[in-house]
Each structure stands twice: as C-alpha cells, then as structure tokens.
Design a protein around this ligand. Structure first.
Ligand code: ADP
Length: 843
C-alpha cells in the first residue's frame, strides 16, 4: 500500500454497487449483498484473496432502483469510498446473500471501467489522503488556516455541544467523546455525518464534497439541525438514554483509525435506521395482539443487542418472518360452479366421479362459507392427476396453490418447526408455505400422506392432525413462531397412493376419493387433448413441427409404458419432443447455411428452404427415439407348461398381472414358497393345497406317479415371479388353486384368462378389493377373460363401457366354477364340465 506519494489504495478496485447506504471514510457499515454481480465480487475476490490489498474494494452508492441492478450496470455514481472488508458472512436464508462489514478509508473517483463481468472492476483515482488519520488532533487544520480553519473550529465546537447534551453513561456517547478529541479535524465531517441522524441523500452530499471546505459546509447544517432537534426534544420531555441512542445513528457508527481491524462489536451496538424500519413493519403487519406483543418484546431485545452477536441474526430472522406472514391477508374467493365445472372439464379428461364429487364439495362451500367440511383425500396410483385436480380446485376458487410433499417426512418439526433455541432452527412446512404464498387462505396440497414416516423425533402424523383438525387449527402453534397462527382459512387437500398406510387417526379426518387408473382409450384421449399439447409447448414446438398419430400413442402406451396413470407416458412424449427439437434446430441451421451459400443465382436463395412439414412419429421413428419396446404381450407365451396361472394383484401403483408358477419333484410332501410373500399369501397357498388334496379324487388329481394323493412322495415349489416386490393379501387364492390344479392334472390353463378371489377351506370364493384396477391391468395385458368372485359383480359397473364390452367376465361363487372356467373345455370332475352358466359375456 505504501508508495512514494504516501499511503495509497490500489489503482484498480473491484466495485460493490449498493443501494443500501452510503459508506463514508472513517465509518463502518454493514451491507447485505445479493445481486449476482456483487455476489461474484465477494466469492471471486474477497473470499479468494489472501493479501490485505485484496480486501480493499470500492463501494459505489447506486441510487437507482435496486430491482434494475441485474444485467446492465446502472450509470455509476462517480465518487465512491474505498473500504476494507473486515468481515464477510454468507448465509442461505431466506435467500443466498453475503453480509459485509466494510470500513471506509478514503474517497475515489472512477476514471475507467475495466470490465463489467463477472463483477465490476475499475481504474480509480484516490481523492482523499489516507495520511489524514495519522495526523494527531493537535496538528492538521487549525484555527489559523483561514476560512477552513474557522469552519473546522465551528464544526468541532458544535460536535462538542452535541456531546454535552448527551448522557455520558451510554457507551457510544462516551466513545464519541474520546474520539472527538483524538481525531484530526479533517475527518470530522465524514465521521460525524455517519454518526448523527442523516438521510442517505445527505450522506451522499457529504461524499460528493471532495474539497474539505465544502465538506465542512455540507455537514455543519446537519450537525446543527441535530442539536436543534435535541434541544426541542429536551424541552418536551426528560431525556432518557434510549432517546440518546436514537440520536446517534449507531448502526452506521464510526470505527476509527487504529481500530479498523479490531472490531469489538461495541462499535455498532444497537440499530437505528434498520430497527426503525422493522418496527414500522411490525406495526403495519396487522398481526393479532399476542403475536404483536411478542414482536415488540423481541424488537426491544434486538435493539439492545450488538449486531455481531449470533443471536442478533436469529432474532432478526424471526422478526422478518413475523412481519412477512400473512396474518390478515387473504385472496377473495370467486366461486362460480358453472365456471368450475368448465374448468375442471377442460383441464381433465375422464375421472367423472371425482370431478362430480369435487363440484359437490365446492357447491357446499359456496352455500355455507364455514370451512368445517371434511378434508378431501385423493387416493390412487401415481400420475392419475391427483395433484393436477388439486391445482384446478385452487384455480376455480381463485386461491393460491401450494404443494407440501410429505413423502419421507419423519420428524414432527418438519411440520411444526424447530424451537428457536436450536442453531439453524426454522419454521415448519406449513408456516413456510404460508410465507411463500403470502395469503392466509391458500389451497394446500398435502402430497403423499401415506408416506409419512415415524422416528424418534416425534410422529409427524400427530402434528398433521392438529393442522387438519378444524377444532384446533385456528390456533396452530409452530415451535419456531411460538405464537398461534390461524389456519382455519386454509383449504387442505391430501393425496395418497393407498389408504392402507395412512395413520388411522388422520384417515378418520378425511373423505377418501378413489382415483383409479385409466384404460388405454382414456390414455389416448388424455394424451392427445392434454399431454402432447403441453409437451409441445414446454419444448417450444408447434403442431406444425411435430405430429404424433393415434396409432403411435397406442403403441407407446402398450409397449413402452406399463402404468395405471399417465406419468411415464408424459415422459415418453417429452423424450420425443426433445429428439424432434434437436432435429428442428439442426434443420434451421442447415437451411440457413444453404441460404448463405446459394448455389444458383441469388434470387433463388429464398427458394432453397422447403415448406415446413411436420415430423411425423411413425413406428420407425418411435423405435429410433425410444429404443426397442420395453414390454411385449408376453402373456400367452408363458402358458406352455402345466402349473402356470395368471392372477391379478392390486398395488398402490395400480393393478398388475401376476404369474403364479408351480413345479413338483420327488420328495416328502414339502411345500416351498418363494417370491417375497407375506403371511396371508402363505396361508392362501396352504389352504389351496389342503383343498386340492381333499378334493383330489373328485377332480382326478394325482401325484407324479399317478397316486391319489398329489403330495405323496412329492415336493411342491410355488413361485411368484418379480420376487423383489413383496406380495401379500388373500386375493391370490383362486390363482394358486388353478395353478396347482393344472400341475396335478397335467392340463394347461387357458392362456387368455386372469383371475382374482379369496378362497375358503370349503372351496368358496370370497370377494376382494381393487376390482377396477385389476381388471384394467388385465385389459392392458391383453387378457380376454377374467374370473372374479360372484359378490364382486357389482364392481363391474365402475368399468368403462369399452372394457366391459371387450372382456368376458366369469363370476364364480366356488372353486368348482373357477376350475371349470379356467381350463379349455372345463375341468374333469367339475359340476358343470360342458357349460359355462356363470359366463356373463360382453357385459
Ligand atoms: P398424481 O398427482 O396423481 O401423481 P399428477 O397430477 O402429477 O398425478 O399428473 C401427472 C400428469 O398427468 C399431469 O401432467 C396431469 O396434468 C396429467 N393428467 C393426469 N390425469 C389427467 C387427466 N384425466 N386429464 C388430463 N391430464 C391428466
């Protein structure tokens, strides 16, 4: 820093453009920076630098609108203050930013901008002498120096007068006194202007006053004004230390030579301007009485705290959150059932039952504005539009929408927040959500309530119960806030894949609406009405550029996806769009080069571009883009041996087909079961074997050597492929029986049939759940005939007409009927070998 001409700042400085305040030489100011350029300056320069020199930066006040400080740099103020960054603190909350503590050294002017990115670097010219701080107070400008001397004398006296009016017991005041005597007079205008109450505009005037004389002239009236103000105040009431603190705008208080690298926090205790703003916000936040009182208390604490104390930031963050919360801010509901119906219909194809129930719910809400209705819970496989219906509900009501993902949440403080005593404590997701949407009556979608976990940190379901219970949620207390927030205006909607794992108490509060999977036809419609247009738009394509025929869609559905919803279908369209986007982009480049280098006469240049034709996705293009098909119709190929039957299973992801395989070998009558089975499933297998042994004679079942007991000298192995998935439930009973009957009789099960049903020891077939999803899965897999328990017949009404028309349904009351339907030409020994009385064909 030292050069021939005295102490110098570097002649190239990175600049901090700030609209937050004005740094004057001799004072220390805290700046919070979050604009990209300033952040780059901090991370690339301040945090990387190792020398003292690299901590010197130029602070340029940016008096323009902060919002516009993004891309183009604003016209810069010509004069700034070089300063030393004495502290850099980074934080990610509420958004990434750095807080810099900078001590001003001297003025400079910008002579040349060297670069603007990633941060601004400028060639600067130093305007003040740094040596001024080294001159003892007794030297330097004195009364003998003509006008300047007079001015400085006047200024000094005024400052002493001000001090005389203040209470010496306040530490800042005492320090001011000490410094006043030890500082050279030249520095007084800067130092005093940054200590007394002045606006940024006034500070800017002081900054701009390069000549010392002018600086004294500018700062003196501010000082006198301060004294006059204080006199007035003292007349009206007795001074208390609190008031004095306010007189000295201490946050931006002076830090003086010799102390610059040794901040002790005391220099900036209290917080004039900033807390005043906060206080105003607290008063304006319209919060309930209790919350307001808590805020005032915290505010009082904050004022007494030095800024460098970690708790300062905590308290500040807390208060910032409190004033930001929408205590009393709400959107106005605009509910028009007719419009809601249109909107729901436009957004979603099919799902009529769900849409009807949602409309009913909304209609009741319209008639009776109190919100104490049940909480809707959409239950169904992934990708069937649960979230998207939730979003539509918010739109029809004109409310804000916020999704809270609960999958994997196993700590109740996720919902209810951490107490503020913890480091890094924060509010829970509910309060955070409210802060995000900024109103107190949003639609909150509690996604995946069935995937709530449990852990030592308390049960999140219990916390959620409090959130959802209309009797309690008007005074929901987040641990972080520690005051009640009224959640009664929030409209909660939950989604889940299955009700089985929703905690019962929670389930009790909700009205479950099943959202089953879609049929192939429905998927095609959804694809062409919604998914494809959406994907085209997201990828910046138009129907003129990409065309996906219906046949291709059907191919994608049956050969590239196997799901109840449409999520992976949507992803496949995404993949196609990306591939086409590349082609379209390449195409543009080619045409451009062609026009640039025309082969013929120039006039023909335009004709080189062919008319735009859409890229049609035919089977060849499909295979190119998505690769070979992932699924083939494999059902019939697997029925080549006796001992295979096709069952139908229900999973939270929708219905599925499930093969059951059996084989036998010489042994001692042991049964081996493999394929990750639950207890109920194992019991079903034992039941099936017992029933078949008991009825072996009737059905002419034999062991390997033709003996009358199928298990004699024989071991049986039953396997349920796809062993990685745990399978349980009673509904595989009929399938196991059929599979074993096939094994023991040596006959093949019909290859186009699938079945489901629970069995009893006496051979009855009991009803099971999830019929719609199971039948849809069978339909997807190309099955032609489905065996169901008789008492499930009523469930068939829920199926789309075309599925009912395409499938044969056999409703069976006992195993006799099952076996009869499962084998070609009936099963030997069954009561109705030649007829199919239960066949309700083409329903
Ligand atoms: P979920 O919440 O049930 O897992 P999403 O709501 O995320 O499913 O739906 C996945 C995608 O499928 C979304 O883009 C949604 O718009 C679309 N979608 C699902 N069902 C329908 C439908 N019936 N009509 C139109 N689009 C649908």
């Amino acid at each position: 820093m030292t050069s021939g001409g005295g102490i110098q700042i570097p002649n190239r400085l990175p600049l901090l453009l700030t609209h937050e305040g004005v740094l004057l030489p001799g004072s220390t100011v805290r700046f919070s920076v979050d604009s990209p350029r300033n952040m780059q300056m901090v991370s690339q320069r301040l945090l990387r630098g190792t020398s003292l020199k690299s901590t010197i930066i130029g602070v340029i006040p940016n008096t323009r609108d902060p919002e516009r400080d993004t891309d183009d740099i604003p016209t810069l103020h010509n004069i700034g203050t070089a300063g030393i960054a004495v502290q850099v603190v980074g934080s990610n909350w509420p958004k990434p930013h750095y807080t810099l503590l900078i001590t001003g050294l001297c003025r400079f002017s910008v002579s040349n901008l060297l670069k603007e990115r990633p941060f601004v670097l400028a060639e600067v010219e130093q305007l003040d002498k740094l040596e001024q701080y080294m001159i003892p107070a007794t030297e330097g400008v004195s009364a003998d120096d003509g006008e300047l001397g007079e001015l400085s004398q006047k200024f000094y006296q005024a400052a002493v007068q001000l001090l005389g009016m203040l209470d010496m017991s306040v530490p800042v005041v005492a320090k001011f006194r000490r410094l006043l005597d030890s500082l050279p007079r030249e520095t007084l205008p800067d130092v005093v202007a940054s200590m007394i109450r002045t606006s940024n505009k006034e500070k800017l005037q002081v900054l701009d006053a390069v000549s010392l004389e002018e600086r004294f002239k500018k700062a003196l009236p501010m000082l006198t004004r301060q004294i006059e103000g204080l006199k007035l105040l003292q007349k009206t009431r007795k001074m208390s230390p609190d008031n004095e603190k306010r007189v000295l705008s201490v946050r931006k208080g002076g830090v003086f030579p010799g102390r610059q690298f040794n901040l002790d926090g005391e220099d900036e205790d209290g917080d004039g301007d900033d807390t005043a703003v906060l206080e105003r916000k607290v008063h304006g936040a319209n919060m309930p009485e209790t919350a307001f009182r808590v805020c005032l208390k915290e505010l009082k604490r904050l004022k007494k705290m030095p800024q460098s104390m970690p708790e300062y930031a905590l308290t500040r963050n807390y208060l910032d959150l409190m004033v930001e919360l929408p205590w009393n801010k709400s959107t106005k509901d605009c509910l028009d059932i007719q419009a809601a119906r249109t909107l729901l219909d436009n957004d979603h194809y099919a799902m009529d039952k769900l849409k009807r129930r949602v409309l009913e719910y909304l209609a009741v809400r319209q008639l009776k504005t109190s919100l104490k209705g049940p909480i809707l819970c959409f239950v169904g496989p992934p990708g069937v539009g649960k979230t998207s219906v939730g979003r539509s509900i918010a739109r029809t009501l004109g409310r804000e929408f916020h999704r809270i993902a609960l999958g994997g949440v196993c700590d109740q403080s996720d919902i209810r927040g951490h107490r503020r005593t913890y480091v890094g404590s924060m509010p829970g997701r509910i309060i955070n959500g409210l802060k995000t949407v900024g109103v107190n009556n949003p639609v909150f979608l509690l996604d995946e309530v069935d995937k709530l976990g449990k852990s030592l940190q308390g049960d999140p379901a219990a916390a959620l119960l409090e959130v959802l219970d209309p009797e309690q949620n008007h005074s929901f207390t987040d641990h972080y806030l520690n005051v009640a927030f009224d959640l009664s205006q929030v409209l909660f909607i939950a989604t889940a894949n299955t009700t089985a794992t929703i905690p019962p108490a929670l389930l009790d509060r909700m009205e479950v609406l099943q959202v089953p999977g879609y049929t192939q036809e429905e998927k095609v419609e959804i694809a062409h009405r919604h998914l494809i247009p959406n994907q085209l738009e997201q990828h910046g394509l138009t129907p003129q550029q990409l065309h996906i025929p219906q046949d291709t869609t059907q191919d994608i559905i049956s050969r590239y996806t196997r799901e109840a919803g449409v999520r992976s279908l949507e992803r496949k369209f995404g993949a196609i769009c990306r591939a086409v986007a590349v082609k379209v982009a390449e195409g543009h480049r080619v045409t451009r080069t062609e026009t640039l280098i025309p082969s013929g006469p120039i006039e023909q240049g335009d004709k080189v571009t062919p008319p735009e034709m859409p890229i049609v996705i035919d089977p060849v293009a499909l295979k190119d883009i998505l690769g070979p098909p992932l699924f083939e119709m494999e059902v019939s190929e697997r029925f080549t041996l006796p001992g295979v039957a096709l069952g139908l299973a229900w999973t939270p992801l929708g219905g599925e087909i499930m093969f059951v395989e059996a084989s036998r070998m010489e042994g001692e009558g042991q049964l081996t079961l493999t394929g990750q089975l639950g207890d109920v499933m194992k019991e079903s297998a034992h039941l099936a074997i017992s029933w078949l042994r008991a009825n072996a004679k009737t059905y002419q079942l034999t062991n390997m050597v033709g003996g009358p007991d199928p298990l004699e000298g024989t071991d049986i192995h039953l396997h349920f492929p796809a062993g990685a998935v745990t399978k349980d439930g009673p509904s595989a009973g009929v399938t196991i029986v059929t599979c074993l009957a096939s094994l023991f009789s040596g006959r093949l099960v019909r290859s186009d049939i699938a079945m489901t049903g629970e069995i009893t020891l006496r051979g009855l077939v009991l009803p099971v759940g999830g019929i719609k999803d199971k039948v849809l899965a069978a339909y997807r897999a190309g099955v032609k005939r489905v065996i169901l328990p008789k008492r499930n017949e009523k469930d068939l009404e829920e199926l789309p007409a075309n599925v009912r028309a395409d499938l044969d349904f056999v409703t069976a009351g006992n195993l006799d009927e099952v076996l009869n339907a499962a084998f070609d030409g009936g099963f030997p020994g069954t009561a109705s070998t030649h007829t199919h009385p239960q066949l309700t064909s083409k329903l």
